[in-house]
Design a protein around this ligand. Structure first.
Ligand SMILES: NC(=O)c1ccc[n+]([C@@H]2O[C@H](COP(=O)([O-])OP(=O)(O)OC[C@H]3O[C@@H](n4cnc5c(N)ncnc54)[C@H](O)[C@@H]3O)[C@@H](O)[C@H]2O)c1
Length: 713
């Protein structure tokens, strides 16, 4: 029996099992927007009246889209929320509908195949049982804190009751998706079935439940966990530790994790209905704040970035079934690991056996760690590693669709490698360079098919950094660009299209920022002081620490490339050169601004401060403004040159490529809160004292004069 159409369709089969199937038309994934929730509400009314007549005897909720269950609430609707009252009403409505679901008097089963996130997880928690497929992509999560809010459709209330307080806090506070294997261990998933027999198994399970033949596995808990979760003092300890950790991670910039902890603590012993009211109040406190609006904006831009190429161009992408990496260094090893982790066979070529061995070792270690962290089953790490084939020659290169070059940063070497590789590649293969500062067009001059040469600029460390700049040259074909772009998305990274100018976007903007650090040090500012000002602003690490990570030799090389390209405003200070002369390379040789023990950063190296000498002090306000306003100024130059398509793309790239504080919404979003006139005035003040590197960009002057906004530019 089929009911009226809608995103949720209801069919009751001959065994009196109701199948409530969600299939949102015109969308790749199922999202719980207002209309879909309204339809669910209606279907629940239908179910209630039918249950009263004796059928159905059980309800199964599933997705009509294989491989994706429900990706969450519709974030576009959040973005339009005007204030806390509206957020509160939206949360109350979702709570009400899921409460009706959990009050149905027959067993309810969520049949989860593929990603189940946010509102989807809250829906599944309102069901009596949760069954999942063994598909590797089946994962369950509550990522709300990543958007600056808390689960507000019953997630904070039902999850701790289902899997215990500590595990619930882990899921809610990290926002990370839980793989099925862990879901079973934690009591979140009741059974796992093979994907090819899923519906049959779900049906058999439903029949068994109706017959009373299924027992729920008892939740196992260690004595320590029982003491922590079930006694007053234990709970106080547990919640205090959670708050301490949340504050450490959020550095006080993100209110949602603390609010989630408060809600879980306050609601754990309340009745469900009282608890939902408490959750609703908690959500209203964090929703529609600047932080949540900024995070939601970045999320939305990230989604749009995946559609940056028009459909007709992206449609030309060739699937990459085999790939190759040239160079087995820091980047080559990381890129090979990423590709293998996504189950694509990859050749990794170097010219030295030692380097190859190191690259393989690096990749193997990363895969093992990913398995241990639950990114995939630990047993899969070995299988994935077997997909990387280390080689010193070009055997097998004729079969790859994409090769990523990550050899040393020297144009003649890269051109030579390109020429060599092309002798072995198929005509259609795309050649992508991972250069961080050289011109891709210049490199392509060495190619016999420049239309197949693009840039794919990964960031270090590859497995952690979400951004990849996709560099388009004048000659690159749509097909080559689309292949590289789609590949980046398939690898779970965020591609941002950038123009082919030195430093592309992110390194170019970082140029003046890092140079300024050198000038500040020359003037006598202290390493710890500079880093403190910028970390207090929200940067994940200060610029001195960042230079240590990059390596002084590399920083020096890139700085000279930038100066050559952009002239005086990118001229570096003498500091990095002095440090290199002093035998310092940064973290990699354990001699940077900081000292290192077993690769871990210790305190500031006092000798470094001595080498640099001391001068007059610089005020924290000047340190912050000089570094950050130069970033904004360079961003305006880059936008004027169309290095990126939009201010939104620029903000996304800076957050994903440098860790620019997401709670500030991105560089330009933040610049808007400061205002163009103030930034211009401060730059003019600095220009008068320190010279032309502070000259405001023409675009910045216009914005300041016209009262324009950076993000609308
Ligand atoms: N390290 C970073 O933070 C970073 C970040 C982004 C981009 N990049 C870029 O990635 C590229 C590689 O950087 P890296 O840090 O991995 O360098 P690396 O020095 O660690 O590794 C380079 C590797 O290339 C190998 N190699 C040299 N000539 C070769 C050839 N002809 N064929 C095959 N292999 C060859 C070397 O033996 C070495 O193993 C550079 O272009 C760099 O600018 C680096």
């Amino acid at each position: 029996m089929a009911e009226s159409p809608g995103p949720f369709t209801l069919v009751i089969d001959s065994d009196k099992i109701a199948w409530l199937t969600l299939d949102l038309a015109g969308s790749k994934v199922n999202l719980l927007g207002s209309d879909t929730m309204g339809c669910l509400d209606q279907r629940i009314s239908e179910l209630e009246s039918r249950i009263a007549t004796g059928q159905p005897v059980a309800v199964v909720i599933r997705s009509g889209k294989p491989g994706t269950f429900i990706a969450g609430a519709d974030v576009r609707e959040f973005a339009k929320i005007g204030g806390p009252a509206e957020a509160k009403a939206k949360s109350a409505e979702g709570q009400r509908i899921f409460r009706r679901l959990d009050r149905l008097t027959v067993p309810t089963i969520a049949a989860i195949d593929g990603v189940c996130m946010g509102g989807g997880t809250e829906l599944a928690l309102a069901c009596d049982w949760r069954l999942a497929t063994d598909r590797p992509s089946t994962k369950i999560g509550l990522p709300e804190v990543k958007l600056g809010i808390i689960p507000g459709w019953g997630g904070c209330v039902r999850l701790p009751r289902t899997i215990g307080i500590q595990r619930a806090l882990t899921m809610i506070l990290t926002g990370s998706a839980t793989p099925v294997s862990r879901g079973v261990r934690w009591g979140l998933v009741d059974r796992v079935f093979p994907v090819d027999r899923f519906d049959d198994e779900v049906k058999a399970f439903a029949i068994d439940v109706v017959r009373g033949q299924v027992a729920r596995a008892p939740r196992r808990m260690s004595l320590k966990d029982k003491l922590l979760e079930h006694t007053g003092p234990g709970r106080r300890t547990l919640f205090a530790a959670a708050r301490k950790q949340a504050l450490k991670t959020s550095k006080g910039h993100y209110p949602a994790p603390l609010e989630a902890i408060d809600v879980v603590e306050r609601t754990i012993d309340e009745s469900i209905d009282d608890a939902l009211v408490t959750e609703n109040d908690g959500l209203a406190r964090v929703a529609a704040t600047d932080v949540s609006q900024n995070l939601i904006r970045l999320f939305t831009i990230g989604q749009e970035a995946k559609r940056a190429l028009p459909g007709r161009v992206l449609g030309q992408a060739r699937p990459v079934q085999r790939a190759a990496v040239l160079g087995a260094g820091i980047m080559g090893g990381g890129i090979a690991e990423l590709i293998a982790a996504h189950d694509v066979p990859v050749l990794m070529k170097d010219i030295q056996q030692d380097a190859l061995d190191l690259g393989l070792h690096h990749a193997s270690g990363l895969l093992k760690k990913a398995g241990d962290r639950g990114v995939f089953a630990p047993t899969e790490a070995g299988l994935k590693f077997a997909l990387i084939h280390g080689t010193l020659d070009y055997e097998g290169f004729d079969e790859v669709e994409l090769v990523i070059e990550a050899v040393v940063e020297r144009m003649p070497v890269k051109q030579q490698v390109l020429r060599e590789a092309e002798e072995h590649l198929s005509e259609q293969a795309v050649f992508a360079t991972n250069t961080s500062s050289l011109s891709v067009s210049e490199l392509a001059k060495a190619s016999s098919r420049p239309e197949r040469v693009v840039g794919l600029h990964f960031f270090n460390p590859v497995h952690r950094m979400p951004l990849v700049e996709v560099v388009r040259t004048e000659h690159a074909s749509d097909e080559a660009l689309a292949t590289a772009f789609a590949f980046v998305s398939d690898m779970g990274k965020t591609p941002v299209l950038v123009g082919d100018r030195p430093g592309f976007l992110v390194n170019r903007l970082l140029g003046p920022y890092l140079n300024e650090t050198g000038y500040l040090l020359e003037e006598g500012a202290a390493v710890a002081q500079i880093d403190r000002v910028l970390t207090e602003f929200g940067m994940p690490m200060g610029p001195c620490r960042l230079l240590d990570e990059v390596g002084f030799d590399i920083a020096q090389h890139v700085a000279h490339e930038m100066e050559r390209a952009f002239g005086e405003r990118m001229a570096p200070s003498s500091v990095v050169g002095k440090l290199v002369e002093d035998g310092r390379l940064g973290k990699k040789n354990g001699r940077g601004f900081y000292t290192y023990a077993k690769g871990r950063q210790q305190g500031v190296d006092r000798d470094v401060q001595r080498t640099l000498g001391s001068g007059s002090s610089v005020s924290p306000a000047d340190i912050g403004d000089r570094c950050l306003f130069l970033l904004v100024n360079e961003a305006v130059h880059a936008l004027a040159e169309d290095i990126v398509a939009s201010p939104g793309d620029l903000d996304l790239a800076m957050v994903m490529g440098t860790g620019f504080p997401p709670f500030r919404g991105g560089l330009l979003q933040w610049a808007d809160t400061v205002g163009a006139p103030r930034i211009r005035d401060r730059l003019l003040e600095f220009e008068a004292v320190h010279g032309s590197r502070f000259t405001p960009a023409p675009g910045l002057i216009s914005l300041a004069e016209d009262g324009g906004s950076f993000t609308a530019a």
